[in-house]
Every structure is written in structure tokens, then in C-alpha cells.
Design a binder for this molecule. Structure first.
Ligand code: BEZ
Length: 213
């Protein structure tokens, strides 16, 4: 069982995919990445998820995020399933799906949770920064499809807080006020956040969202 944690380097791999053989790091290049696993081909929830992911490709691309999916079935199965996804979800799957038949990558990333299912992957999500460190890990059971608006929201937060000394509060969305990091003194905050800030408590200071760097 993999023991990956936030901040660890995302393991690199070579994979057979629906778009040919791909090296993960080469595919990501200098940008951000999102890797998500699907329990199996030709299953209903996964079909809706991959259709939705395809429709969101532009939104991820605007954030410099490349998508890659994984399922433990083979390339030919993926190709047939993609036709079904395109037909039923009215879209065009336009990113690679890894064919992880030997479960090498699923195991590398800890995507199989034996108490949930011994052979199929759960719905794992990994967001990977340009330096290839893991910035986010989320795990859903097979019975719950993911919310792709939430994934975009979290990426907006990750990309803001990676370069600014702020954090994002509960239910934050792009453009909302943010929290100033506790390590920043009030004097430093005056310089860093020229729009000003409100000190609700000494540990809770709000400021308008700064520009993303
Ligand atoms: C699905 O994608 O619909 C699914 C896959 C595995 C188990 C349950 C549901």
C-alpha cells in the first residue's frame, strides 16, 4: 500500500493510455496536473464523470492544469467506452485514460483500498504542482461521483495560496475575501495587502483576494 502524503513527489511512471504510451512527467511538462482514478470501464457513475471532465477540459487548461484519468481496464476497452461516453454525455473525451491492467500505477498511488474493494480503484484525486509535489489528495468511494466545480475551486485556492501569504476560508470561491496567514505580522500585512485588511481577531484577519502571481 502506498503511503503518499501531501508534499511528497508524485511518482513518475510510463503508462499505456487511450492516447498511446505516455510518460507522466513529460505529459505534465512545467504545468499543474490532475490525476483521477475510476473504478472500472462501462460503469454508470464513471461514464458521467469522464463526460463531465471532458467538458471541463478548457476550464482546467485556463488554470494550466492537464488531466489524466486511470482505470484498471485495457486500452481497447477504454477506446470502446470512450465512444459510449462521447455518445451518451454529448462530449469528446480529449485527455488520456491510463490502462492500468496490472495495477502498477494504482498501487503506486494507493488507489486501491482493499476494505472498499480488493481489485477496483476508489475515486482518487491527486493535484500535482509544477515542481511535481502532491498538493491535494481526495478519496471518494465508488458510489459517489466527484464534483468538478469543487475540483476547480480547490485548484484556484492552491494556485493562489502557493504564491501569496494567504489561505482561503470555508466555502471560498475565486474573488472572495481571503485570510491572511498567521505567520504574517500586521506591519508586513500592511505592505503585502495594500487594499487593507480587517482584524476580526488577532488570529483572524481578512483581506480582499490579491492577484494570483
Ligand atoms: C460506477 O461508476 O457507476 C460504479 C463503479 C463501481 C462501483 C459502483 C459504481
Amino acid at each position: 500500500m502506498s503511503d503518499l502524503k501531501l508534499g511528497d513527489k508524485a511518482p513518475n511512471f510510463d503508462a499505456e493510455t487511450s492516447e498511446g504510451k505516455i510518460n507522466f512527467y513529460d505529459y505534465l511538462g512545467d504545468g499543474w496536473g490532475i490525476l483521477f482514478s475510476h473504478p472500472a470501464d462501462y460503469t454508470p457513475v464513471c461514464t458521467t464523470e469522464l463526460g463531465t471532465a471532458a467538458k471541463y477540459k478548457e476550464k482546467f487548461a485556463e488554470r494550466n492544469v492537464k488531466m489524466m484519468a486511470l482505470s484498471v481496464d485495457g486500452v481497447e476497452s477504454h477506446k470502446g467506452w470512450i465512444q459510449d461516453i462521447n455518445e451518451t454525455q454529448n462530449t469528446n473525451v480529449n485527455f488520456p485514460i491510463i490502462a492500468d491492467e496490472d495495477k502498477k500505477i494504482s498501487n503506486l498511488y494507493g488507489m486501491i483500498h482493499p476494505k472498499a474493494d480488493n481489485t477496483l480503484t476508489v475515486r482518487s484525486v491527486y493535484v500535482i504542482a509544477p515542481d511535481k509535489t502532491i498538493k491535494l489528495m481526495i478519496t471518494y468511494p465508488a458510489s459517489t461521483g466527484r464534483n468538478f466545480d469543487e475540483l476547480l475551486r480547490v485548484i484556484d485556492s492552491l494556485q493562489l495560496t502557493a504564491y501569496q501569504k494567504v489561505a482561503t476560508p470555508a466555502n471560498w470561491r475565486e474573488g472572495d475575501d481571503v485570510v491572511i496567514s498567521p505567520a504574517v505580522s500586521n506591519d508586513e500585512a500592511k505592505e503585502l495587502f495594500p487594499k487593507g485588511f480587517k482584524e476580526v481577531k488577532p488570529y483572524l484577519r481578512m483581506t480582499p483576494q490579491p492577484e494570483k502571481k
